[in-house]
Design a protein around this ligand. Structure first.
Ligand code: HEM
Ligand SMILES: *[C@@H]1O[C@H](CO)[C@@H](O)[C@H](O)[C@H]1NC(C)=O
Length: 333
C-alpha cells in the first residue's frame, strides 16, 4: 500500500512537471517571464514569510485559506493575475470586490497582514499578485489539497481595476457549461482542468441568494430531493428579503467542508451539487467523465487540480517593467 502510494505520488509529479513544461504553449496561458523562486536574490525568505503567515492566519481563522483560493480564481480570470481584485474603491477606482460576482468574498484585510510581514523584511519588492498566488498555493496545502506546488513568481501588480470585466466575464452560478468552459479555455485551462478547479467548491459556503433559484417555486429536478429539503431549511422563504438571503448561507460540502477533497464530485453524482453550474458538470457529456473519474480517485483529482491551478495562476501576467509593485495591496502606489 505504502509502496503503491509512493509510485502514484512519483508519477503524478512527473506528469505535473511534463504539464508545466508544456503549459506555456497553451492558448492564453503565457506565463512568460515568471520563474521559480523569482525573489531568491531580492527577498530570499519571501516564500517562507508567506507560508508562515498563511499558516498562522489559518490557525486563527480557518476560512482565510478558503478565501485565498477563490480570490486567485477571480483575480486571474479577469485579464491577468495582477492583484486588480485587491484594489479598494477610491475616487479613481471602482473595486472589483463591489461586483455582485464577488459576493461573499472575505478576509481581504488579512492580505494586508501578509504583505506587511513582507514589507518589514523587503520593502516594495514582492508584488501583491505574487502574494495572492503564493497564499492560494499555501492555502490549498492547509486545506489538505496538494502541497508543494511549484508556483512560479515574478508577477507585477495592475495599475487599474476592472469592475466592468468582472460583471461581464466571471461566470454566474447558473451559467451554462459552454460558457464556463470557454472562460477557462481562454486561460489555457481545458475541460478537465476546469472540472478539477471547480472542485474548490469542496470547501467554503454559498449564500442563499445564489441558491433560491434552485429551491423555489419547486426544487430543481437535478437535485436530490432530501438535499432540496435540507437546503429549503437553510434558505427558508422564497420571498425572503434580499438582506436575509445575503446573510444566510449553506456549506458547499456538509461532510468535509474544510477539506479540499473529492467529496465534491461524489456529491455531484448523488445530486447534491450546490450551484447549478456545479450540478451541470455531472450531466454534461463534455464534463461528466471527469466528474466520475475524480469522484473515484482523490489522488487523481489532486493531481489535476494542481496542474490546472498552476496554469490558471499564470494567466497573462504582467512582468518585467509592466505594472508596478504595490506597497499596499489595496491601493495604487
Ligand atoms: C464556473 C465557475 C465558478 C462559478 C460560477 C463560481 C461561483 C461561486 C459562487 C456563487 C460562490 C458562493 C458565493 C457566495 O454566495 O458567498 C462561490 C464560492 C467559492 N468559490 Fe466559486 N465559482 C466558480 C469557480 C471557482 C473556482 C475555479 C474556484 C477556485 C479554484 C472557486 C473557489 C470558490 C471558493 C473557495 C468558494 C467559497 C468561498 C468562501 O466560502 O468564502 N470557484 N463560487
Ligand atoms: C441567473 O440567476 C440570476 C439571479 O441570481 C437571474 O437574474 C438570471 O436571470 C439567471 N440567469 C439564467 C440564465 O437563468
Amino acid at each position: 500500500m505504502v509502496n503503491r502510494r509512493v509510485v502514484v505520488a512519483c508519477c503524478s509529479w512527473a506528469l505535473l512537471l511534463l504539464l508545466l513544461t508544456t503549459s506555456s504553449t497553451a492558448a492564453g496561458a503565457g506565463g512568460g517571464g515568471l520563474r521559480l523562486n523569482f525573489y531568491s536574490q531580492s527577498c530570499p525568505r519571501a516564500e517562507d514569510i508567506v507560508r508562515e503567515q498563511v499558516r498562522r492566519l489559518y490557525e486563527e481563522h480557518g476560512n482565510t485559506a478558503v478565501s485565498w483560493v477563490r480570490a486567485l480564481f477571480h483575480d486571474c480570470m479577469v485579464k491577468s493575475c495582477d492583484a486588480s481584485l485587491l484594489l479598494e474603491t477610491t475616487t479613481t477606482v471602482v473595486s472589483e470586490q463591489a461586483s455582485h460576482r464577488s459576493f461573499g468574498m472575505r478576509n481581504f484585510k488579512y492580505i494586508a497582514t501578509i504583505k506587511a510581514a513582507l514589507e518589514r523584511e523587503c520593502p516594495a519588492t514582492v508584488s501583491c499578485a505574487d502574494v495572492l498566488a503564493l497564499a492560494a498555493r499555501d492555502g490549498v496545502a492547509m486545506l489538505g489539497g496538494p502541497s508543494t506546488l511549484p508556483m512560479r513568481t515574478g508577477r507585477r501588480d495592475s495599475r487599474e481595476s476592472y469592475y466592468g470585466v468582472v460583471e461581464r466575464y466571471i461566470p454566474n452560478h447558473n451559467d451554462s457549461v459552454s460558457t464556463v468552459l470557454s472562460r477557462f479555455a481562454a486561460m489555457g485551462v481545458e475541460a478537465e482542468g476546469a472540472v478539477a478547479l471547480l472542485g474548490a467548491h469542496s470547501v467554503g459556503r454559498v449564500h442563499c441568494f445564489n441558491l433560491v433559484g434552485r429551491l423555489y417555486p419547486a426544487v430543481d429536478g437535478s437535485m436530490d430531493a432530501a438535499y432540496g429539503e435540507y437546503l429549503r431549511g437553510r434558505c427558508p422563504e422564497a420571498e425572503a428579503p434580499e438582506d436575509t438571503r445575503e446573510v444566510v448561507y449553506a456549506r458547499n460540502d456538509r461532510e468535509t467542508p474544510m477539506l479540499l477533497d473529492n467529496m465534491y464530485y461524489r456529491n455531484l453524482i448523488a445530486g447534491r451539487g450546490l450551484l447549478l453550474v456545479d450540478q451541470r458538470l455531472a450531466s454534461d457529456p463534455r464534463t461528466a467523465p471527469y466528474v466520475r473519474r475524480m469522484a473515484a480517485d482523490n489522488a487523481y483529482f489532486h493531481q489535476r487540480f494542481a496542474a490546472a491551478l498552476l496554469t490558471m495562476s499564470e494567466n497573462a501576467p504582467l512582468t518585467g517593467g509592466q505594472g508596478e509593485v504595490r506597497k499596499h495591496c489595496s491601493f495604487l502606489n
